[in-house]
Ligand binder design. Sequence first.
Ligand code: FAD
Length: 428
Amino acid sequence: MIDVLIIGGGVSGLEAALTLKQCGRSVLLLEGSGRLGGTVDTRHVGGFRCEVGASTVRSDGAILNARCQEFGLPLKPVGRSASRRKGVLTGSGLLHVAGPGDVLRSALISWRAKTRLIIEPLKRSSTNSDETLHEFLVRRLGQGAGDMLAPLMARGVYAASSKDLAVRTAFPRLWSMDRDKGLLRSLAQQTGAGIASLPEGLGQLSMGYGRALDSEIVRQQPVRNLEYTNETWIAHTDDNAYSARQLVLAVPAQVASDLLVSTDEELSALIGSIRHSEITNVQLGYHGIEAPPGFGFLVHPNAGGETLGCVYASQVSPPCAPSGSALISCMVGPSADPVASARHTLVQALSWSGEPDLVHLTPYPYGIPLYDVQQDRLRQGIEKRLGDVEGLQLAGNYLRGISVESSLQSGRRAAELTLKSSASRQVA
Ligand SMILES: Cc1cc2nc3c(=O)[nH]c(=O)nc-3n(C[C@H](O)[C@H](O)[C@H](O)COP(=O)(O)OP(=O)(O)OC[C@H]3O[C@@H](n4cnc5c(N)ncnc54)[C@H](O)[C@@H]3O)c2cc1C
């Protein structure tokens, strides 16, 4: 019998499996689909290369950098001109800015709201650990600046409303600035990590893991149910059963909840209570026209519509579109017609009303876990309950952060806890 079964071949499961393998454990990773990477998914469609999930990563991720080096992958910073020039679409049109600090200086904020910023450094930190992102920014920056900035940050990172997100867990850096020097001073002193990508798309990362794990991966093995008998976990797929003493469950929250219902109802209910934002990635490709310079733009709710933001993919990763063509990746919230929503936004922002040559749609009904005030309590409950379940660890973006690097960290953490629990079992 192998030592550890890993279920789910997204980046968190891949990192868990490789860490365990490199620590001398025998592992087997079961992936439900025919490909690795989960939400890190580079597809070639109609002459365009589309990142239908994650498109860029922070350049300072420790695990990501180490793995890229190990796999021989050149993680490249996105060009400064593309990464620094961002836009905001409001009801009055599209305005370009260089970042959150620039939003506060720009015409997006009234003079009255700008004057209020002067007292920001004098504001006391809050004792309310359930403060939402919107409450936090209004408290520190005033109503005008808070109302403008909060929805942009919430939409840009979590595809969510700023009145739902808990600032302490959704934006831990902001929360620590509140306790440290205040927002404006901290932002001014930040050198800020850039964003990065891989020359052939982020899918290269999962291919790197695939090569390193090789025969330890079985694809097209969706696990249908789990059993725990005689100190052994058994994962049942349509035509097989796989056993191991230890299990790392690295599937999305709603799948983990379903799979655990028969072995631990309480854990299953806690995981199943984590809310998610629904999102659809609409990729629109145009021949004979180039995307404007810059990264793209976020859509403020006062612009109307369901689109949350658009990335000028052909500017951010130039080889992803044929020369002289544009690829725009539009993130759309719940919508009866996401393509119409995305196209309407391009008319509003860029006056682009022509027929796209490529329309590629990827819906994520449970796209991004919502780090709301409940999430932290649920996570604590999950981790406490997990301490009582023999041989099981969880990994995934619903626990301690949604980015690719945070998901890698959750895989690494699950592997380390697995190693620790098997060591203590041996001592016992
Ligand atoms: C549209 C979108 C854009 C994003 N953009 C960025 C970005 O630009 N930068 C960034 O850092 N992050 C981004 N993220 C977030 C990031 O991509 C994810 O949080 C991260 O990749 C999640 O990894 P994971 O391994 O936890 O889960 P997943 O990627 O969801 O992987 C889970 C895996 O489990 C498999 N699976 C599911 N059920 C079963 C089963 N029953 N049996 C076996 N296998 C199963 C799935 O097929 C999948 O491979 C984005 C997310 C979305 C949705």
